[in-house]
Ligand binder design. Structure first.
Ligand code: B12
Ligand code: SF4
Length: 515
């Protein structure tokens, strides 16, 4: 069967394709599962042009899959299904991806026939086989006809071996775009995933809930096979948290070194997992760990506890020092809360001036679907627009007037880009993470500053600003204790630290560090 897999393009995204355009790894996994039984093509709407042009060049597909990777891409994915149906009216369309995996909300209006939730390879193979047989397709776990999408069976704890059992991603189908995929300063870049899931329970994160806190890993041999298949030197490891099993990571680093695999890695790491095993980070620095993204989130214990993060402000400082001592650059992300006032923003500005973060980045606290935070707070959202779930907009009323709030967010980004390059100075690389040759970063700042002032508010919501004295978001109830881990899953998070809030020193002079 001829299968066409489509990755959407969001021209209105704050984080534009000029700042990051990564290979659609999920579709390469699907292609790996479908081939060799089926003839698969991947169409990346960001690089391969409109579907119409492809329709003229290629034989009509017999099954079309459209990805809905983010909630903020629901609108453009919906448009892609409609365009696919216009071009090939009789061809079944299936949607899948992170968004339909965690929720059936906002899935109305798609020109789709089926929905897949969770790991897509197995249900997609099943769907293709059933369609080829010409029979009707009954709902199975992870797959449902579009009309009964609300009843789609999703969730459950995946088998411990499930990641290891997946077919290899098929990277050959996007060979024509290979050199165009990049992530900020990593040009070109390839993506790989060596583990999935996380045993921690941050309330703004859906990833631990997707595996029910089970930590899934690939065997060392499997990892070596995947890395050997990658031509690019820059590898963005998209594991939710790679260093949960330090023994395995040590073994992996040794095996990568022994195999002579020479790569430059960017990956996500928690500050506490890094600090717990500096020897593991040291080994990874030796085999090519170039930069890490740490979710610093906040430098106050109260906010960190409120997020259920399980780390303390001092750990951010200690981890930055550890990474720098090994020559590893640090991107740290900080979350701004809608209930912040000017003093809170001023405090974050001082924090950034003082911390030796190489590349600071900022997001607005966003209750993504499939998170505890979403479940606890969605009734109070000011808008129903899925576009706003991009971590740069607020779904809650703000303490500051909206223009002011977005202005402060834009100022944070702007200040981060124009500050001297502190932290580790690597050959004049930009201090900001979202780096582009043109003015894409300037445009991002301008878009953040514009905010969502034109976006309609929910029926019945009359203001996007918190009335004076109203309950701040920071005061909303959060679970009192981490949920118990299901039997047999990975390490239980360390207890939430109750360190006193970290204060930057009164002097605003940033301590410089020479490389
Ligand atoms: C790498 C990454 C990025 C990269 C780009 C990835 C890319 N290829 O373009 C960058 C950094 C650019 C990025 C940006 C953003 N990201 Co991001 N990203 C990820 C990350 C870490 C890994 C994605 C990945 O490759 N996963 C590996 C693949 C194999 O897994 P998978 O997606 O689960 O795919 C399987 C199934 O979903 C299914 N499937 C997937 N697609 C399809 C399609 C069909 C047809 C079918 C049938 C099945 C199917 O089968 C796949 C194979 O088993 C995820 C976290 C995660 N664990 O997934 C976040 C994640 C997807 N990102 C997220 C977010 C919020 C964003 C941003 C909106 C915000 C931000 N500032 O980061 C932006 C949006 C950018 C934009 N322009 O619109 C959220 C999405 C939550 C949501 N509800 O929207 C996630 C889940 C992280 C989180 N914080 O919770 N991201
Ligand atoms: S540490 Fe928190 S934010 Fe990071 S993957 Fe785990 S639960 Fe999500």
């Amino acid at each position: 069967m001829r299968v066409l897999l489509v990755w959407p393009r969001n021209q209105r995204a704050v984080l534009s394709d000029q700042l990051s355009c990564c290979e659609p790894l999920p579709l390469e996994y699907l292609a790996g599962a479908l081939r060799p039984d089926h003839d698969v093509r991947i169409h990346d709407l960001r690089l391969d042009g409109p579907l119409e042009a492809a329709a003229a060049r290629h034989e009509a597909p017999q099954l079309i899959g459209v990805a809905v990777p983010y909630t903020t891409n629901v609108r453009v994915a919906r448009e892609a299904t409609r365009e696919a149906k216009r071009l090939w009216p009789n061809v079944p369309v299936v949607i899948g991806g992170h968004h339909p995996t965690v929720t059936s909300s906002w899935l109305d209006g798609f020109a789709a026939d089926y929905v897949i939730a969770g790991e897509g390879g197995t249900p997609l193979r099943h769907l293709a086989a059933e369609l080829e047989r010409g029979g009707s397709v009954a709902p199975t776990p992870g797959l449902a006809p579009y009309d009964i999408r609300d009843g789609l069976a999703r969730g459950g704890t995946p088998a411990a071996s499930s990641l290891n059992d997946l077919p290899l991603p098929d990277r050959s189908l996007l060979a024509h775009n290979r050199d165009k995929y990049f992530h900020s300063i990593y040009k070109p870049v390839a993506l790989a995933r060596l583990s999935a899931g996380c045993p921690y329970t941050c309330n703004f994160c859906s990833l631990w809930r997707m595996t029910n806190r089970r930590y899934l890993v690939k065997d060392v041999d499997r990892v070596l096979t995947e890395l050997t298949d990658i031509e690019q030197r820059n590898v963005y490891l998209v594991d939710d948290e790679a260093f949960i099993q330090p023994g395995r990571m040590l073994e992996l680093a040794g095996a990568i070194a022994d195999a002579g695999i020479d790569k430059r890695y960017h990956m996500y790491v928690r500050t506490d997992t890094a600090l717990r095993r500096p020897d593991v980070i040291t080994k990874w620095a030796e085999i090519g760990l170039d930069s890490v993204l740490v979710g610093a989130e906040s430098m106050t214990s109260d906010e960190l506890s409120g997020y259920h993060k399980g780390t303390a402000p001092q750990q951010t400082i200690d981890a930055i020092n550890l990474f720098h001592s090994l020559g590893v650059r640090v991107r740290a992300n900080f979350i701004a809360q809608p209930a912040w006032d000017d003093a809170d923003f001023d405090q974050l500005v001082r924090t950034i001036e003082h911390l030796q973060v190489d590349m600071p980045s900022f997001s607005v606290l966003t209750p993504l679907p499939g998170t505890d935070l979403y479940d606890e707070t969605s009734a109070g959202f000011i808008s129903d627009e899925p576009d706003l779930f991009d971590c740069y907009h607020t779904l809650f009323p703000t303490r500051l007037p909206l223009e002011k709030f977005y202005g402060r967010m834009a100022d944070l980004l702007q200040a981060a880009s124009s500050r001297p390059n502190i932290g580790l100075n690597h050959d004049g690389d930009a201090a900001i993470f979202y780096h582009s040759d043109g003015d894409a970063f300037g445009q991002m700042v301008a878009t953040v500053r514009r905010g969502h002032l034109d976006t309609p508010l929910k029926p019945g919501i009359t203001t996007a600003q918190l009335p004076a004295g109203a309950t701040a978001l920071a005061e909303l109830p959060v679970p009192a204790a981490p949920k118990p881990a299901p039997a047999g899953v990975g390490p239980v998070p360390v207890e939430i630290s109750r360190h006193a809030p970290w204060q930057p020193p009164v002097s605003h002079e940033p301590a410089r560090r020479s490389s």
